[in-house]
Write a new protein. Structure first.
Length: 238
C-alpha cells in the first residue's frame, strides 16, 4: 500500500518520524555514519493513536513509499498530557466568521467540510495539537480527518503574518501542498482545511485558515496575509 492508500483507510497520521528524526544526525562512519544514513533515509513511521479503538495505537512503517509493517499495541492514555492553546479559540472563530462574511455566496462556506470546522471535535483537535516545527526551518503539522474534511494544523511562536510567511521558503501555497503530500493527503478528494496559528512572546495571537474544496469548480481560499509576491493570484481574503 502507498501512503495515500493508508490515509484513505485510516485518515492522516498523528505524526511521523523518519530515521534521522529518531536517532539524530549521523556522525562518523560505519553503522551510524553516512552509509547507514543513506539506506535508512526513506524509511518512516506513521502513528495512529486510538485506532482501531481507544487505548490502542497502530505504528505503520513505510519504506520507499510502501507499507512494510503495521503493529497494533495498547498504550496508556493517561500517560499523554494534553497540550492546550485555548488562546487560539477566539482568533479561530473570528477567522471563520471573516471568511464567511467575505464569501457570502456560500459556495465554499456551504461545503460539508467547512461546516465541520466550528464544531467542537474539530476545534478541540486544533486547540490540543502539538504542531510546532521539529526543525528551525520546518513547518509544523498535525492532521486529523473529520468526516468530509482533513484538518491540518501548523503552530508558530510568532504572530506577525510577515514573520510566518518568511518561514515558508517556497511560499505559502507551495508549503501547504508540500504538507499535504507529506501527510499522504490528496487535495480535491476531500475538503482540506489548514490552520496556521501563531502566538508571539508578548501574547499576541493570530489564526489564518485555508480551505481547498473537493469540488474543483470552486476556487480555494488562501489567507491573503500569508501570500507572498507572485501568490496573489491564488486568491484569498483576510
Amino acid at each position: 500500500m502507498t501512503p495515500q492508500q493508508v490515509v484513505a483507510v485510516l485518515g492522516p497520521p498523528l505524526d511521523f518520524l523518519d530515521m534521522l528524526a529518531l536517532v539524530g544526525p549521523a556522525s562518523g562512519t560505519g553503522q551510524h555514519g553516512a552509509a547507514a544514513d543513506s539506506r535508512l533515509r526513506d524509511r518512516c513511521w506513521w502513528l495512529y493513536r486510538d485506532v482501531p479503538r481507544p487505548g490502542v495505537e497502530i505504528n505503520v512503517s513505510f519504506r520507499g513509499g510502501r507499507v512494510v509493517e503495521a503493529r497494533a499495541r495498547p498504550y496508556d492514555r493517561s500517560a499523554y498530557s494534553v497540550f492546550r492553546h485555548d488562546w487560539a479559540r477566539a482568533p479561530m472563530l473570528d477567522e471563520i466568521a471573516a471568511v464567511e462574511r467575505a464569501l457570502p455566496d456560500g459556495r465554499l462556506t456551504g461545503r460539508p467540510g467547512w461546516r465541520v470546522l466550528a464544531d467542537e471535535p474539530a476545534l478541540e483537535f486544533a486547540l490540543s495539537s502539538y504542531a510546532y516545527p521539529a526543525e528551525p526551518d520546518d513547518v509544523g503539522r498535525a492532521a486529523r480527518r473529520f468526516g468530509p474534511v482533513d484538518v491540518v494544523v501548523s503552530l508558530f511562536d510568532v504572530a506577525e503574518p510577515e514573520r510566518i510567511r518568511a518561514m515558508m521558503r517556497d511560499g505559502y501555497v507551495a508549503e501547504l501542498h508540500a504538507l499535504a503530500d507529506k501527510l499522504g493527503l490528496l487535495p480535491r478528494r476531500l475538503d482540506l482545511a489548514h490552520w496556521v496559528i501563531g502566538r508571539s512572546p508578548d501574547g499576541g495571537a493570530t489564526a489564518h485558515l485555508s480551505f481547498l474544496p473537493a469540488d474543483a469548480t470552486i476556487a480555494p481560499h488562501y489567507p491573503r496575509a500569508l501570500l507572498g509576491p507572485g501568490e496573489g493570484s491564488a486568491g484569498g481574503v483576510g
